[in-house]
Design a protein around this ligand. Structure first.
Ligand code: AP5
Length: 210
């Protein structure tokens, strides 16, 4: 199955993608994670993306479309994949269509803007492997330490409150129109984000298994 997770920054796309990826044994592809890895390794693409990410803006379409085109050509995508954070603009969705990629379900996780700030201010990510936690909703076994690799947990630079407001405004302007785009194609399914991760997961799996 080929799945897209849509939703505002911090809606839980990454969290749900990881769970669904494990359950369906298909890879999850996060453009945010790919860009952050490039930034960390100071590749040419990472250096180009830095100013956009730090300002809470989107990286130019041609850069992310190139990333996705290369990644989807890899062998592990043959039996299905999850896109987390792509597409994020209408031109990105059109580029995906032009690649001849069929999308089975687009899961839109709805979380009100007021809740987003709380989620993102409490998020901690592993400096080493990038795994994501929350100080209240998804605690690691030992405070400040990644369960998976033992790395330090830190706050993402773009989770600063001013940058979160900008990311939300960019989401409403450029990404939200994708709901109508996929609704017209009868591919859109909505999940109301719940207080507990497992409750959101139950709703997501129900939609995917229907
Ligand atoms: P990206 O990394 O994709 O950021 P985002 O969309 O802003 O999404 P987040 O990773 O912040 O949130 P999420 O929805 O995955 O939530 P999570 O599961 O972590 O992109 C970063 C940047 O890269 C962009 O701003 C842009 O510059 C660039 N970029 C990436 N893709 C691009 C593209 N296609 N085009 C152009 N530019 C692009 O959850 C958040 C927190 O809440 C966690 O702490 C989690 O534990 C907690 N949580 C999750 N679910 C629940 C729940 N049900 N209840 C309580 N807490 C929960």
């Amino acid at each position: 199955m080929n799945i897209i997770f849509l939703g505002a920054p911090g809606a839980g796309k990454g969290t749900q993608s990881e769970i669904v990826s494990e359950k369906f044994a298909i890879p999850t592809i996060s453009t945010g994670n790919i860009i952050r890895a490039a930034l960390k390794n100071e590749t040419a693409m990472g250096l180009k993306a830095r100013s956009y990410i730090e300002a809470g803006d989107l990286v130019p379409d041609d850069v992310v479309i190139g990333i996705i085109q290369e990644r989807l050509a890899e062998d592990d995508c043959k039996n299905g994949f999850i896109l987390d954070g792509f597409p994020r603009t209408i031109p990105q969705a059109e580029a995906l269509d032009a690649m001849g990629i069929r999308i089975d379900k687009v899961i839109d996780i709805e979380v009100p803007d007021e809740k987003i700030a709380q989620r993102l201010s409490g998020r901690r990510v592993c400096r080493n492997c990038g795994n994501s936690y929350h100080i209240e909703y998804k605690k690691p076994a030992s405070e400040g330490i990644c369960d998976a690799c033992g790395g330090d947990l830190v706050q993402r630079a773009d989770d600063a409150p001013e940058t979160v407001l900008e990311r939300l405004s960019v989401y409403h302007e450029k990404t939200e129109p994708l709901k109508a785009y996929y609704e017209k194609k009868n591919r859109l399914f909505t999940v109301q984000g719940q207080e507990r991760v497992e409750d959101t997961t139950a709703l997501t799996l129900k939609l995917l298994e229907e």
